[in-house]
Design a protein around this ligand. Structure first.
Ligand SMILES: Cc1ncc(COP(=O)(O)O)c(C=O)c1O
Length: 426
């Protein structure tokens, strides 16, 4: 069915109409529902994107361009969490967080048993860093642009266990990045541990080719996927990595303190689990001598345990429903389109701007990194704050640069106002 724009968006009092997906929002928000049926929404279909924006508590007093750090949740997610919290504190109901495991598995194309529920990206990274069978002298390859979340766990294992970290400076093309990784591989290499998208300049690495390269050489491949889900259609099986750690509190616009770790099922018995508890096991008994521990469950559930905040994981399911009802294809068009609009405008400023993000299509996404030639990044940061822009300054890799993230709730007007600010000082 070819639907008109009008059929995507309607102000309704409720109910399901013609099987279309509905997103309910509190009455405080002007638009009560978004209706979409996986249609193609245009990059500049402002009527539609305006309604999307209205689903978020963001207001016009501040321009939020820092989704790479934290993704604001839409009302529907906030309401879901709040209602569930109230419910469990009323009824004492225990459990319910399992719903997120299945939803996350379908969202990233894997089986439910391959998902461990975590609380952030870094937790998943620590599980992998410590669970892999590595010995003194074994080498791990990563970029010089790692976030603390991927740098520190490996540096810690290097400090405590004597593994060696080898780094490469990210390049501007997928081919060159692959070459740089390949050049670092030697007989001692055991792991490639790189970001899917760098936190510094939004460089998208060719993770499928990296996984193949790693596996051809007998290596473990771990991807720090902080910026993957919510900015691309993901299928872990197509990527082919062994492990992928991510969070739901950035681009998935889910509740804060939620994340997941994908562990390919073939790796379950290789990746040791050092922290376990209730739900990780298949049985134990302390009343016999010697005490019995039967072992771990046959799933990635072995890496997570004990009581969880069910409300926030139920909120994760709501955020996945929210993204799906808008359509990942449409979100990708919008996020990438806004980022490209900004990148093109910055490139047009010529040598006043140093663009750090690749222009190669497959190596860029929702994030731009750049420097202004005649202004310190920190001074620009202060000015941007004064003008009510929320941006991120990048100290990682001593880049001293500016990072701008654009997501589904941003619009061209906001990006144009930011471009004007850069023009004014550049
Ligand atoms: C690439 C990358 N890895 C890891 C992290 C850490 O994420 P979390 O705070 O969810 O552990 C971030 C956070 O910004 C990141 O950008």
């Amino acid at each position: 069915m070819k639907a008109t724009r009008r059929s995507f968006i309607k102000q309704l009092s409720g109910g399901v109409i013609g099987g279309l997906a509905l997103i309910s929002v509190p009455s405080a928000s002007r638009a009560r529902y978004i209706i979409s049926e996986n249609q193609n929404i245009g990059l500049r279909d402002e009527e539609f994107w305006k309604v999307v924006r209205q689903q978020f508590p963001l207001n016009d007093k501040r321009t939020y361009l820092n989704n790479g750090t934290m993704g604001p949740s839409p009302f529907v997610v906030l309401e879901t969490v709040k209602n569930h919290m109230t419910d469990i504190d009323t009824t004492g109901h225990y459990g319910g967080w399992e719903v997120a495991r299945g939803r996350l598995a379908s969202f990233v194309g894997v089986e439910e048993k391959e998902i461990s529920l975590t609380h952030n990206v870094t937790e998943g990274i620590n599980i992998v860093t410590w669970g892999l069978p590595l010995k003194r002298g074994d080498e791990v390859i990563m970029t010089t642009h790692e976030h603390a979340g991927n740098a520190l766990p490996w540096l810690n294992r290097a400090r405590l266990d004597g593994i060696r970290i080898r780094t490469f400076e990210p390049a501007m093309t997928a081919d060159e990045n692959l070459n740089r990784i390949n050049d670092l591989i030697n007989k001692k290499t055991r792991v490639i541990a790189v970001p899917h998208v760098s936190c510094t300049i939004g460089l998208v690495l060719p993770v499928k080719e990296i996984s193949k390269l790693g596996h051809d050489k007998g290596l473990f491949v771990f991807i720090d996927g902080a910026h993957g889900p919510g900015t691309m259609n993901l299928n872990m099986k197509e990527i082919g990595c062994d492990f992928y750690a991510s969070c739901c509190h950035k681009w998935m616009v889910g509740p804060k303190g939620t994340g997941f770790l994908f562990v390919d099922q073939s790796m379950l018995d290789t990746l040791q689990t050092y922290w376990i508890g209730g739900h990780s096991d298949t049985g134990w008994d302390l009343t016999v001598d010697p005490p019995v521990f039967n072992g771990y469950v046959a799933t990635a559930h072995r890496y997570d345990f004990a009581t969880q905040n069910a409300s926030i994981y139920i909120g994760v399911a709501a955020s996945i429903d929210f993204l799906n009802s808008i359509g990942m294809k449409n979100i990708i068009t919008r996020g990438r389109g806004l980022a490209k609009h900004l990148q093109d405008a910055l490139l047009d400023m010529g040598d006043k701007i140093e663009m750090l993000t690749p222009t190669e299509d497959r190596s860029r996404g929702f994030v731009n990194g750049f420097r202004i030639k005649n202004m310190q990044h920190s001074d620009f940061g202060k000015l941007a704050t004064k003008r009510k822009f929320r941006i991120r300054l990048v100290g990682e890799a001593k880049l001293n640069s500016i990072r701008i993230s654009t997501h589904l709730y941003n619009n061209f007007d906001e990006v144009d106002r930011f471009i004007e600010l850069v023009k004014e000082v550049a």
